[in-house]
Design a protein around this ligand. Sequence first.
Ligand code: SF4
Length: 338
Amino acid sequence: MTLDERGTVDAQGPYDTPLLQVDDLHVTYRTRSGDVPAVQGVTFTLERGGSLGLAGESGCGKSTLANAILRLLPTGTQVDGSVLLAGQDILAMKPGRLRSVRWTEGAIVFQGALHALNPVQQIGKQIAEPMLLHRTQPSKGAAARRVRELLEQVGLPGDRARSYPHQLSGGQRQRVLIAMALACEPALLLADEPTTALDVMVQAQVLALLADLRGEHGLSMIFITHDLSVLTDVCDSLAVMYAGRVVEEGPSDRVFRSPQHPYTRALAAAFPTIGDPASRLRPAGLAGDPPDPANLPGGCAFHPRCAVAEDRCRTTTPVLAPVAAGRRAACLLVEAAP
Ligand code: SF4
């Protein structure tokens, strides 16, 4: 493990361990009406420079999982398991160290940039703030130069630093949030539905930008969306979540082109493939809503919506099992690989 001059662990090293290791992660919200299990037993590894897409409908645990990785959950939330970022135990970290890690080693981009930015402060000052706070730039002048650089990296003119959020379009504001997340050069970028609020053209631009930044800076990325087709464009691997669990995972193109789990199949059919007009005619294929995490069905949580459910699906909970090289699925009807 390497230490830099601030006495912090360098997230670029050591190179012989994965950047992120999440092991048997459970997240339970404590509410007045009882415990709500939002994430149940999620395990994955993200290599340096790798990208993982988390897919699933709203309420399936994707955002909770992303927030748990940087401990951005409400006070009192029960989190069990292990999250190691560059070998550091995030769940055991002291608050001061954690604040620094959230900018310098892992950063998150939320959807809805208008609400994430301060409406009465110029965007340049907002981007410079974490750099000065975490002393990744030695002076205000150096931070201002870095702000211009960052704005240009995300495709905005440097003099936009003097703009206020309301003077920018939705796509420009989302770019500002990405610039802000990159300010302290984190090794890991978590992008939580960063393009959901944007129109299709701007969405494509922001996705291309994220892919370029990943290539240029060797960023590792976790990208969250309900749209499987978006994930296959920007991620190497995919994990599909349902009712707080991963129900299918594997290389993104193979999961999208030959989904094994009935839920993944429904998700893949529910969205048109870019460049394939015929796919727009496919039925949505998925009726109803995901279950309330506070009141999950027994057995396979997907069984009330599953078109091929059998009686045993009501009582037996499937576990993730290998179905092919590098692929796993949690379905009683999917044959495990020998
Ligand atoms: Fe459907 Fe049963 Fe498979 Fe669950 S275990 S996805 S209900 S077939």
